[in-house]
Design a protein around this ligand. Structure first.
Ligand code: ZN
Length: 220
């Protein structure tokens, strides 16, 4: 997709995320890969009110996202304070979009003591296929290099574990990635819905078994 098409789709996604109530105030941030750069939402702005001139272009450096943000910005603007986290996730070649939101139910679950390997019980087929195991990243200060590194290890993967498409950030929110913006948004919506069910059920739910989840693989 060319840059103007990408920009239009990114702004539409920002609006959709805002309309869904997945962010409030100036919270949340979204980026889209554009060749060797990423287009990312600016710091301190409401995602529901952005225009093309507000989006910031950041160079995806091969040396990792450790430099200060002024040195990686191409053109003007100040990127989201979570730009390092986005840079790190874009290191995975098939990632086209990184979406980070503070949706209410998922954020509530992120404040519970839950299994850090699985995140939440799996209740529905859609959640099983699109999310399944949701790793929990321990709390780190928003915008910190530590948060970027911890999230990136799960999304990009390590020698010991392949990359995942989503994580729950303890006492913070969620992050999802996709080969398209729609895919990243679908994952975020599945997580929010499963979190809502989890809280509604109050521990009385009957999760899908491992066998039932295995049967679903590749059916969506
Ligand atoms: Zn955040």
């Amino acid at each position: 997709m060319n840059t103007s098409g990408l920009m239009r789709e990114l702004l539409e996604l920002c609006r959709r995320v805002y309309d869904k109530g997945f962010v409030s105030g100036s919270g949340g941030n979204i980026s889209a890969k554009d060749g060797g750069d990423m287009l990312i939402t600016p710091t301190g702005r409401n995602l529901g009110a952005l225009a093309e001139g507000d989006i910031v272009r950041v160079r995806l450096t091969r040396n990792g996202p450790g430099k200060n943000r002024e040195s990686v910005v191409v053109g003007s603007g100040i990127p989201s304070q979570e730009w390092r986290m986005h840079c790190r996730c874009h290191e995975r070649p098939d990632v086209a979009c990184v979406l980070h939101v503070h949706s209410s139910y998922a954020s509530a679950v992120s404040c519970l003591e839950i299994d850090s390997a699985c995140g939440m019980p799996v209740y529905t087929p859609g959640y099983s296929v699109r999310v399944g195991r949701l790793p929990v990243v321990p709390y780190f200060r928003p915008g910190s290099a530590e948060l970027a590194s911890a999230v990136g290890d799960h999304i990009v993967g390590t020698a010991a574990a392949p990359g995942r498409n989503s994580v729950l950030l303890a006492n913070h929110g969620i992050l999802s990635v996709g080969a398209s913006m729609e895919q990243a948004m679908n994952i975020a919506e599945e997580i929010e819905e499963n979190a809502r069910l989890f809280l509604l059920l109050g521990g009385r739910g009957r999760p899908l078994s491992e066998t039932q989840q295995a049967e679903l693989a590749g059916t969506y």
